[in-house]
Design a protein around this ligand. Structure first.
Ligand code: GLN
Ligand code: ZN
Length: 764
């Protein structure tokens, strides 16, 4: 028999119960017991609904109130000393690590968060040093296994693997120079042994140990660590299913296939090409192969026929009993269930499959492969065939004119008419900005009033006209404020935007929106990514009226504000039938039209934000060049349709550019603003080393905190910057948009920014 499995389920609850409960707990509105109860209810529903779909291996232990890596750190006593000694309960220590705590005399910042591989989920980075004292404070895997069992579901516990746990972490501030977390492996393994032996003693048959690090280039340097770890763990543990996901094993397969584990899971959604090699490597062993055929990263229905064909290869080589049909990764990155969507058309609904539907998919595929003659299985297979055929037909005819337009792109469309030096002179005359111009990154505080107005419009409590009037007033307030404070290059403040991607998605052809398709981004922050379902085009101007209205209010230049093609793509659920490159180029052409229209409407500077270019970088270095080529080309395509006098800007939130610098240069934006306020001046030194010659606005202060920087601090930063950069290239601005800030600190900070710029003009 072929069995089926799910590697992990969304833990937010079908109606965002966990967000609500966790935030109520933080706000002192419910007790720790209430929170525990809410969490149990969500877990119980997940186990029973997944099981009801017919899944053989139901996961447990992957649930989290905040983040699963944080759970692991807290359970293993990897708790930085700044969080201890405050007399907090373990639960409050846990939340303090995740989000900081500022109450009752305790004032500790949150731990660092990092992106979970190439997903939009963020994990809390563990901090290690020689002083780390691993202890099993809590066996979460065991507790939740027992809970599930009592609730009538036998589960396969999920545990983050020891090598990935260490490698995902970082040396703590107090660690000795040169300290590597992996050096702690010998100290860590005894704790894992206890954890796993306890599972075995409780009757657990299989445990899923996640080692996603294995799909990265750097995994090869941990070959010995893996060998040691699994040689020690396997004898005391239940049967181990070693789970890899988000990419391919490649050369790491050589040592992975020798590890003493009972099962190996591979991602065939991201890396179907690895199947033959993995089958060949496992054939002489009796290791079970778990095939990640149902995507844990997208929302599309699985093509059963294609999946069955791949799986059949594994069955032919290994036999039915050694094959599991699984989700490619945890379903954490997908919304809970399609059942909650009441507004999608029947045609659209038929294209998708969310977490619960994916659970049914693995079960059906496994049943078909096991030769089930069950009528409902046959019907599901037939229905899938019909859905997939309909979707394919839709894809073919989606929008021919858009595809023709992409095919007709010529190389000159990526380049501005003149080189930067020529443009800079033309723009200087046209914009007439002072030396060291001051500007902001786009958004101003998104106040409660703004959100309320949007909610009222959504509920029909105010008319579109009333809403538009409200937005105009907001824009006017922001313009007058900037004039008063003395900023040079103004923005309209983005009050009309619910979100920098959704706002554009809603106006472009080719997207659909859901009502309830939330996925966790970090902690209690969930996002609802738009879905790209067909060829993307612009049906008309999207921002022109707001930008020109803003410009009409002032003599100072107004900066138009758009989200770039790569960022829109990365923060949406993309299509699976065409490449990301094609989708990005289609978006770029739509934005190109908008940029041209903005210039025609009298706007003389336009910012196209691309914070996601860096984060979209593939996991394997061998794939970088291909990605960077089309990503940078897309940005250029969207911005190069204008005359020399139009000043293009771009903004990046993460300033980790060292390894992709030539691509930043190739963007050829007239001005880029970057987050530099947190990092030292190293970044600017890199710009200098590479001879970067366009203009730069390194953030002069950190907007992610309500703290107001003093005038002197900003002056010092500007001075540091001018020690590295030529005078003619420097813009002065905060390091990101101000939407999460309050007005009070925004005003105080910007007054100091302008004062520092005035000082610099006199001093340099
Ligand atoms: N223009 C956007 C803003 O100011 C940029 C946000 C971002 O880069 N994340 O909000
Ligand atoms: Zn930013």
């Amino acid at each position: 028999m072929v069995s089926s499995s799910v590697l992990g389920f969304p833990r937010i609850g079908g109606n965002r119960e966990i967000k609500k409960a966790v935030e109520a707990y933080w706000g002192g509105k419910i007790s720790a017991e209430d929170l525990t109860k809410a969490a149990f209810d969500v877990r119980k529903t997940s186990w029973s609904t997944v099981k009801a779909k017919g899944v053989d291996f139901v996961p447990s232990g992957e649930f989290s109130l905040y983040d699963h890596v944080l759970d692991h750190s807290a359970a293993f006593n990897v708790i930085p000393s700044r969080y201890t000694g405050h007399n907090l309960s373990p639960l409050d220590v846990y939340f303090a690590m995740g989000r900081g705590r500022q109450a009752d005399g305790v004032d500790v910042p949150a731990s660092e968060m990092k992106k979970w591989f190439d997903s939009n989920y963020h994990f809390v980075v563990p901090e290690f040093s020689d002083a780390t004292d691993f202890k099993l404070l809590f066996n979460k895997a065991l507790e939740e296994y027992k809970e599930a069992k009592e609730a009538g579901v036998t589960t396969r516990p999920v545990v983050l693997g020891p090598v990935s746990f260490l490698v995902l972490g970082k040396p703590s501030k107090s660690a000795k120079p040169g300290f590597e977390p992996i050096s702690l492996l010998p100290k860590l393994l005894p704790v894992y042994k206890t954890l796993l032996a306890d599972l075995k003693a409780a009757g657990v048959e299989w445990v899923q140990i996640d080692e996603p690090i294995l799909v990265l280039d750097k995994a090869s340097t941990f070959e010995q660590a893996y060998a040691t770890a699994y040689a020690e763990l396997a004898p005391v543990a239940p049967k181990i299913l070693l789970a890899t996901y988000f990419g391919r094993l490649d050369s790491n397969l050589g040592f992975v296939s020798k590890l003493p584990v009972a099962g190996l899971h591979i991602d065939l959604d991201r890396a179907p090409g690895q199947l033959d090699d993995v089958i060949a490597a496992l054939k002489p062993t009796n290791v079970v192969l778990s095939l990640g055929l149902v995507s844990g990263r997208n929302i599309w229905k699985t093509d059963f026929e294609a999946a069955i064909k791949l799986a059949q290869k594994a069955i032919d080589a290994l036999g039915q009993d050694r094959v599991i049909i699984a989700t490619s990764s945890s379903l954490l990155h997908t919304p809970v269930t399609l059942e909650s969507e009441k507004k999608l058309t029947a045609e659209q609904k038929d294209w998708f499959s969310f977490a619960l539907e994916k659970a049914a998919e693995v079960a059906t595929i496994a049943a078909v492969l096991s030769g089930s003659q069950d009528a409902s299985v046959k019907a599901a297979l037939e229905a899938n065939k019909v859905s997939i055929a309909k979707r394919r037909a839709f894809e073919q005819n989606s929008d021919d004119s858009v595809r023709k337009r992409v095919a007709a792109i010529t190389p000159d469309m990526f380049e501005r008419a003149s080189p930067f030096a020529v443009r800079q002179a033309v723009q200087a005359k046209h914009l007439n900005l002072p030396k060291f111009p001051t500007t902001t990154i786009g958004s101003f505080p998104q106040t409660k009033e703004i959100r309320q107005a949007r909610a009222k419009l959504g509920k029909g409590e105010i008319t579109q006209d009333e809403y538009d009037e409200f937005i105009k007033k907001e824009i006017e307030t922001v313009v007058r404020f900037q004039e008063k404070v003395g900023l040079d290059l103004l923005v309209h403040g983005e009050p009309e935007r619910n979100d920098m991607v959704q706002y554009f998605g809603e106006q472009l052809n080719g997207f659909v929106f859901t009502q309830n398709a939330w996925v966790q981004s970090y902690g209690s922050r969930y996002v609802r990514p738009p879905i790209i379902v067909s060829d993307v085009s612009r049906s008309g101007p999207m921002t022109v009226r707001w930008s020109s209205y803003a410009q009409s209010l002032t003599k100072r230049p107004m900066k138009g504000m758009l989200t770039g093609p790569v960022t829109i793509l990365n923060w949406s659920f993309p299509r699976a039938d065409v490449s990301r490159e094609l989708q990005s180029k289609q978006l770029a052409l739509a934005l190109r039209d908008e940029v041209v229209d903005l210039e025609k409407a009298g706007i003389s500077a336009i910012q196209v934000d691309e914070p996601a270019i860096r984060e979209g970088l593939p996991l394997r270095r061998a794939d970088w060049d291909g990605y960077l080529k089309w990503a940078v080309d897309s940005f250029k395509l969207s911005t190069a349709g204008v005359t020399d006098q139009l000043q293009t800007h771009s903004h990046f939130c993460y300033s980790d550019f060292d390894d992709i610098f030539p691509s930043i240069q190739r963007l050829d934006a007239d001005v880029i603003s970057i987050e530099a306020s947190k990092s030292d001046m190293k970044l600017l030194t890199t710009f200098k080393q590479y001879g970067y010659s366009n203009q730069i606005g390194p953030g002069v202060y950190d907007i992610h905190s309500p703290r107001v920087p003093s005038e002197q601090e900003i002056k010092d930063r500007v001075a540091d910057m001018l020690a590295i950069l030529p005078d003619s290239l420097l813009f002065i601005n905060p390091d990101c948009g101000l939407k999460t800030r309050g007005w009070k600190e925004t005003e105080a900070a910007l007054i100091n920014v302008v004062a520092a710029a005035r000082w610099a003009r006199q001093t340099y």
